[in-house]
Design a protein around this ligand. Structure first.
Ligand code: FES
Ligand SMILES: [Fe+2]
Length: 362
């Protein structure tokens, strides 16, 4: 295990290998990502259809199927036939049954076994485990999340959002498919997050963002399973309509940035929410999704929530250059700036405690 000291003042950052070692990456996928809540772009499915979804390709590679029944109800089921495991659906289909192309086993769109030709004589068959496993879908407002194996309860995971975003009318948020962005970054998933988790680099890397925030008031608070960054608006910039009972009531807040472990980012701006998913694709390859949910479209081009593509470009450059530097045999471990990097430290400490013993990773 990579040990991260609890006291930030004396703690050291993870060693370079934590950001590219394939064995460590595999351990992260199995121990962290298999039971994480993972955000999905809202699928638009016609009734009676099935669409294959390989979850986190290159990382989890979990074969799933999204189905919509005749009422359009979305379900997510395993894409592995319960007989000998053949992948059931390889291309989108219009159908009301999933039929295995190997020995003809059939399933309803909710995963229930609907026919198993040739199994006469099999004892204790079918069992419940001969149905396709289903994966729960939970929603935060309009945003869907799934969890492959049972882990933390969704309500507990999202609990801090109830107070922090109490002013947001979740029913009024509208997903804007045209504004979706997908970036591929040549860096480890944690490195992208490390960069997200501090405002320390805003004055040096993001000049345009620094102009709309009061950089001196930027601050961080730790949450049980993540962190909050508070972007105070510069004079004259749009602000969040916080409720009178909000913990930051009375302050001019231009943006609230919440990270929930391991890889979900909720960025709340006066116009609405930018959901970001930092999806591992390999030890040094990461997909970053920006999904936009709009509340007040007239505010889209103003303040800290505008020009997000430019900020992303600036972040990608520093993150990829950091990945390149971490390869160095001459780089050891860094230190944390206690007043600036509390959220980075909190994330690293949580991460290190999830991992199994890694004797080679001292
Ligand atoms: S593997 Fe599907 S029916 Fe045999
Ligand atoms: Fe940044």
């Amino acid at each position: 295990m990579v040990y991260i000291k609890e006291q930030i003042a004396s703690a050291e950052t993870p060693p370079g290998m934590a950001y590219f070692d394939p064995g460590l990456f595999e351990a992260e996928m199995e121990t962290i990502f298999t039971s994480a809540w993972l955000g999905l772009t809202p699928p638009r499915l016609e009734p009676n259809t099935a669409h294959p979804l390989d979850l986190l390709p290159g990382a989890l590679d979990e074969p799933l199927v999204l189905t919509a029944d005749k009422n359009g109800t979305l379900r997510i089921v395993s894409n592995a036939c319960t007989h000998r495991g053949m992948k059931l659906v390889c291309d989108p289909l219009s159908t009301n049954r999933l039929r295995c192309g190997y020995h003809g086993r059939r399933f309803k769109l909710d995963g229930q076994l609907d026919g198993a030709p040739g199994f006469r004589g099999a004892e204790n068959f079918p069992r419940q485990s001969d149905d396709l496993a289903t994966v729960p879908v939970r929603y935060w407002g309009p945003v869907p999340f799934i969890q492959l194996l049972t882990g933390q309860a969704f309500d507990e995971w999202t609990d801090p959002l109830r107070v922090l975003f109490d002013f947001l009318p979740l029913d009024a948020l509208r997903y804007d498919p045209g504004a979706r962005r997908r970036f591929e970054v040549n860096a480890n998933w944690k490195l992208y997050l490390d960069n997200y988790l501090e405002g320390f680099h805003i004055p040096t890397v993001h000049k345009s963002l620094a102009a709309v925030l009061d950089v001196g008031s930027y601050r961080t608070e730790l949450l049980p399973h993540g962190s909050l960054q508070i972007g105070v608006a510069a004079e004259g910039q749009p602000v969040l309509p916080l409720s009178t009972s909000h913990p930051l009531a009375g302050e001019s807040i231009g943006a609230l940035y919440v990270h929930l472990f391991p890889n979900t980012l909720f960025n709340v701006y006066p116009w609405g929410v930018s959901m970001n998913y930092v999806n591992p694709m390999g030890p040094v390859k990461t997909e970053v999704i920006f999904d936009r949910y709009v509340w007040k479209p007239d505010l889209l081009d103003l303040g800290a929530g505008s020009d997000l593509d430019r900020v992303e470009q600036e972040d990608e450059e520093v993150v990829e250059a950091t990945q390149a530097g971490l390869r160095s045999r001459l780089y050891g471990r860094g230190r944390y700036a206690p007043e600036q990097e509390a959220a980075v430290h909190h994330f690293h400490r949580w991460w290190s405690l999830q991992l199994p013993e890694q004797p080679h990773a001292q």
